[in-house]
Design a binder for this molecule. Structure first.
Ligand code: ADP
Ligand code: MG
Length: 237
């Protein structure tokens, strides 16, 4: 649509792929187009999020329409909400049937920060959101521990999977955050093991980063299904 093209241009949103859903004009469209629950809109208001950022405008509709996504946008441009919002909306409510979403982060600090952000966004809704600590990785039996959304470094999650204390076969959404770093720090094998352990054939995967080097994109293409590429500004700025 011409209108979408103009709107994307105005917000410096570059897309490639077929049949890409329209970008969000505002957060109210989360409700009118995607039937977003009121707790989430209330949390946005309480956090002072008035307008979606460019990456949120485009990545959220892509993921909500069930398309996989490579998203590249500068640091500080709101990528966390761009992937947490579709997770919360897709999972709908808490369950005790195992882990349904995994967010992989390259460092423990980033994982902890993402878990805090995720809890703020889910406030008022009783999701089980767990940060994979050293203790949990070593001794938790996830078959007995309710967990809807698990946030972890690849090392810790792989450790728990190997010990057969964590089953990822029901994971519906997998996010690789700061994927340039996940693919660079010698973490590739661990990331790969986690991707394989998430064996649900209808899994929705996405990749977020501030830069998207060709090598990362090539690696990523090997694990994605018909992914849409969303870039804000320039690819490697
Ligand atoms: P990135 O992952 O792209 O570096 P973050 O997701 O950490 O960015 O977001 C940076 C900051 O912007 C955070 O403090 C976050 O709460 C805030 N933020 C995110 N989205 C919005 C929005 N739509 N409006 C206002 N602030 C926002
Ligand atoms: Mg981030």
């Amino acid at each position: 649509l011409e209108r979408d093209a103009l709107f994307r241009k105005r917000h410096n949103i570059h897309v490639s792929g077929s049949n890409i859903p329209s970008p969000l004009q505002n957060f109210t469209e989360l409700k009118s187009r995607y039937n977003c629950k009121s707790y989430l809109l209330r949390n946005l208001r309480d956090l002072g999020f008035k307008e979606p950022t460019p990456i949120q405008r485009q990545a959220i509709p892509v993921l909500l329409s069930g398309r996989e996504c490579f998203a590249c946008a500068p640091t500080g441009s709101g990528k966390t909400f761009a992937f947490v919002c579709p997770i919360l909306m897709k999972l709908k409510h808490a369950s005790k049937d195992g882990v349904r979403a995994v967010i992989l982060c390259p460092t423990r600090e980033l994982a902890a920060q993402t878990a805090r952000e995720c809890k703020k966004l889910a406030k008022g809704k009783k999701f089980y959101i767990k940060l994979m600590t050293k203790q949990l990785a070593k001794s938790a039996d996830f078959s007995k521990l309710p967990c809807d959304i698990l946030i972890s470094t690849p090392f810790r999650i792989q450790f728990a999977v190997r010990k057969r204390k964590l089953d990822l076969s029901k994971v519906e959404v997998l996010v690789l955050d700061e994927s340039d770093k996940l693919f660079e720090l010698g973490l590739v094998e661990q990331v790969d093991a986690v991707v394989k352990a998430c064996s649900n054939p209808s899994i929705l995967r996405s990749l977020f980063s501030a830069t998207l080097p060709d090598t990362v994109e090539e690696l990523a293409r090997t694990i994605m299904h018909d992914a849409v590429r969303v870039i804000i500004g320039r690819k490697n700025s």
